[in-house]
Design a protein around this ligand. Structure first.
Ligand code: TXA
Ligand code: MG
Length: 366
């Protein structure tokens, strides 16, 4: 165990002395958790293999899962990427600093544990003023996964970081909650055409506007009108569980009205079995569900997906803190940041997905 120092900083005007202290820890090979616009990251000097190894140890992260390298400015790209295609510069101009991660051919200077032995490296320039100040002061590229224990929900506050990693890391810069709330979009530029490996803080629609057409998705999004579970999703355990709360999470997909009706039915049934139920819903759903024997948390407004992204992980952590056994989560669609929300809920479910058909498509037999 180490003593984890917590330094409170202003989110847009962090005190130079505190940033310098955190930067010194990074340069000396230590671990610093810091806010980015997406989630808190757990940083180490990306050019120091021993420091990077400490990230994997603190997180309990398997060595096969590569890290994202954070830079202070796009001009530093050639330090970590062997080749920078014109498209990377175009995307950098459009989205950096910001929540877009580009996968590019790796430069030799990057130790192989950063990229889990791959020949490619994931890179981004974060926009959060505290992250930007820290990267400038450190003067080195910083490898940083989300600052949570492996597989657990990503942290959006310093308290979340301490809950998972207190006593395991040297320092936390606490600048309050992170504004985007879900991780960056990971876009692979090393294939024939750009592929979204993980939907995130930059929407697919925004990428399409710059690319001239929608990018390919590594995982096809589940359709709005989905009436049967996609292959492999019908039974639990088919997906590796990730971004997950402790409670067993079910994602209910389908038209919102049908989903809320099904949520009500399941809640009553689970409560009858003596299980503590948590509901993850939109603010506007709450009045319809208030009478149920469940802990209800709103992630945000379904009409504004960015609010759901911002509130998602906090709501999941709160449900865990309340000690629920099962979480029933509604879907929020696939427009804008809702696609990233769906992706995280899908992974948190470990494949426990129920597709709810609309009343109309079920006919009159119900
Ligand atoms: O918003 C974010 O991206 C946050 C903040 C801290 O920047 N970081 C983050 O890191 O979410 P992490 O480690 O939790 O997720 C990194 C993702 C993983 O899905 C990893 O597999 C993928 O990026 N990744 C990293 N390097 C890669 C590579 N060379 N090729 C393909 N995927 C890669
Ligand atoms: Mg993570």
């Amino acid at each position: 165990m180490v003593q984890t120092v917590v330094l409170r900083v202003h989110p847009s005007r962090p005190a130079a002395a505190k940033i310098q202290r955190a930067a010194a820890v990074l340069r000396q090979g230590g671990l610093v958790a810091f806010p980015t616009e997406t989630v808190y990251g757990l940083g180490a000097n990306a050019l120091d293999a021993a420091a990077v190894a400490r990230i994997f140890k603190a997180k309990g992260r398997p060595a096969y899962d590569p890290l994202i390298v954070h830079l202070a400015a796009p001009e530093e790209l050639p330090q970590v990427a062997r080749e920078v295609p014109e498209l990377a510069w175009t995307l950098a101009r459009a989205f950096w600093p910001g929540p877009l991660t580009l996968v590019l051919p790796k430069a030799p200077a990057v130790p192989s544990n950063v990229t889990a032995g791959r020949d490619t490296v994931a890179v981004r320039v974060p926009s959060h003023p505290v992250a930007a100040a820290l990267l400038r002061a450190a003067g080195v590229p910083v490898a940083a996964p989300s600052a949570n224990r492996f597989g657990h929900t990503s942290p959006t506050t310093a308290a979340d970081v301490l809950e998972d990693l207190g006593g395991l890391i040297d320092l936390v810069l606490d600048a309050g909650p992170t504004p985007v709330g879900v991780e960056s979009t990971v876009l692979d530029l090393t294939a024939e055409e750009p592929v979204v490996l993980r939907p995130g803080g930059v929407s697919v629609e925004a990428l399409a506007a710059v690319l001239g057409r929608p990018p390919r998705l590594a995982r096809p999004p589940l359709g709005e009108d989905l009436e049967t579970p996609p292959a492999g999703l019908a039974s639990p355990g088919m997906l590796p569980q990730h971004y997950a709360p402790r409670a067993e999470l079910w994602l209910l997909l389908g038209p919102p009205d049908a989903v809320l009706t099904e949520m009500r039915r399941r809640t009553i049934e689970l409560a009858r079995q003596g299980r503590r139920v948590g509901l993850l819903v939109a603010g506007e759903d709450c009045p319809r569900l208030q009478d149920l024997p469940a802990v209800i948390r709103s992630a945000g407004s379904a009409r504004r997906p960015a609010t759901v992204a911002r509130g998602l992980y906090t709501a999941l952590r709160e449900l865990d803190r309340r000690g629920v056994d099962v979480i029933l989560a509604r879907d929020f669609g696939s427009t804008g940041l809702a696609l990233a929300v769906r992706d995280r809920l899908l992974r948190a479910s470990g494949g426990r997905v129920a597709v709810v058909a609309s009343e109309r498509s079920r006919g009159t037999s119900v």
